[in-house]
Ligand binder design. Structure first.
Ligand code: 1CP
Length: 366
């Protein structure tokens, strides 16, 4: 990871490197844990910030992004921070408008309807210039974290971003986006390739700015057929791992990279060969099967059902015990299989995090 910030100022020394060691397959005294959407609406202090600031204003203001990134770390003994931002800032960078509509989520007033619409996008944009605010937020947050835990940078995967750009928001079928793959395969590849190039630049920039780990969210992977996955997702994910790793190698930097291809069980074996260090799992796959498919080389992350956090303290602890037994304590990072929901209680995160630390310590000692 970068030892100095882009202005040459040294970053504070890292105190808790547990998650980086788990990512590299090194021995860990207990299992590291963080939570997808750990900064979010389930925290009253987050809702307070959001009440006064529009969503993308929080993303674009380094002090606000830093504040909400640190909120969960003040409450819980987490082993990583994830920068507050959104995967949809890439569609914004290429010229699409994205609004965060309360109660509905992200909405694009104008979507891609047909291949000729690609001409209106600035797919050759200068991503560093367009998204400098996110890079500044990373630098500011890494300094403010003062070495407490590593800071995770992230982006959406090319297929997931393409899906949002065509659907204009969430969709249960993704039928409009999937139609492109069958109707306009060549134009789909043009868009995916252009996004891939931007994402490689962006992820390298994030590390130079201060990110100590990277995660790529292919949240809509599971809606594809295995064949479409192989044609339209896998090659670009591989290109991202290779492009980012070789770009960082030239700068003498190495950071662990995580791929979260939600619901893409059929693709785990192939994802394990892409160059990503960590495969993040949703809750619908059995840990033993995931380990079998992924092999011994990669670290696994996940995969507690987020809804398990609605259970009692005892139930959460029992579910964590089962999860740890199945994954083991090494080459493993505990997390949920997807993000926190807004109606969850903060106390459930406390129970989850403490249970992971306590039981994995006991397992390592026995
Ligand atoms: O009003 C609010 O505050 C909206 C809630 C919210 C939050 C807290 C959104 C809108 N985005 C975020 C932050 C966010 N998004 C983070 C920050 C850090 C953290 O995890 O603590 C991250 C990593 C994301 C990534 C993201 N955004 C993904 C990938 C992960 C996933 O959830 O699958 C996706 C798909 C998005 C799009 C998005 N942004 C927001 C929502 C509600 C959605 C999903 C919409 C949908 O498809 O229905």
């Amino acid at each position: 990871m970068a030892a100095v910030d882009p202005s040459g100022k040294p970053f504070p020394p890292l105190i808790n490197d547990l998650i980086l060691r788990a990512a590299r397959g090194e021995k860990t005294e207990h299992v590291p844990v963080w939570v997808m959407r750990q900064a979010g609406r389930y925290l009253p202090e987050f809702r307070e910030v959001r009440a006064e600031n529009e969503f993308f204003k929080v993303c674009r203001t380094p002090e606000l992004a830093c504040e909400v990134t640190l909120q969960p770390l003040r409450r819980f003994d987490l082993d990583a921070a994830i920068i507050f931002s959104d995967i949809l800032i890439i569609p914004q960078a290429v010229g699409m408008e994205v609004q965060m509509v309360p109660g509905k989520g992200p909405t694009f007033p104008q979507v891609l309807k047909e291949p000729s619409d690609l001409q209106h996008l600035n797919l050759n944009c200068n991503v560093k210039e367009e998204l400098q605010y996110m890079l500044d937020a990373l630098t500011f947050t890494r300094h403010t974290l003062n070495g407490k835990v590593p800071l995770i940078g992230f982006c959406g995967g090319p297929w997931t971003l393409m899906a949002y750009m065509i659907e204009g928001g969430g969709s249960s079928t993704q039928s409009k986006a999937k139609a492109w793959l069958y109707k306009y395969p060549e134009d789909s590849h043009i868009l995916l390739k252009s996004l891939t190039k931007l994402l490689i630049e962006f992820l390298i920039d994030q590390v130079v700015a201060g990110a100590q780990m990277l995660q790529v969210f292919e949240s809509h992977a599971g809606i594809l057929t295995p064949e479409c996955f192989k044609t339209f997702l896998l090659p670009y994910i591989k290109e991202i791992a290779e492009g980012v790793k070789s770009g960082l190698k030239r700068l003498n930097i190495d950071v662990p990279m995580t791929i979260f291809a939600k619901d893409a069980h059929y693709g785990i074996e192939e994802l394990a060969t892409t160059g990503f260090d960590i495969i993040s799992l949703d809750w619908t796959i059995k840990p033993m099967r995931a380990r079998h498919e992924a092999g011994q080389k990669v670290t696994l992350q996940g995969n507690l059902d987020p809804c398990a956090l609605y259970g009692s303290e005892n139930d959460i602890q029992d579910n964590v015990k089962k999860m740890l037994k199945n994954f083991g304590t090494q080459k493993y990072i505990a997390n949920l299989g997807h993000g926190m929901y807004p109606d969850m209680c903060p106390e459930s995160v406390q129970t989850f995090v403490n249970a992971v630390h306590n039981y994995s310590k006991l397992m390592n000692e026995s």
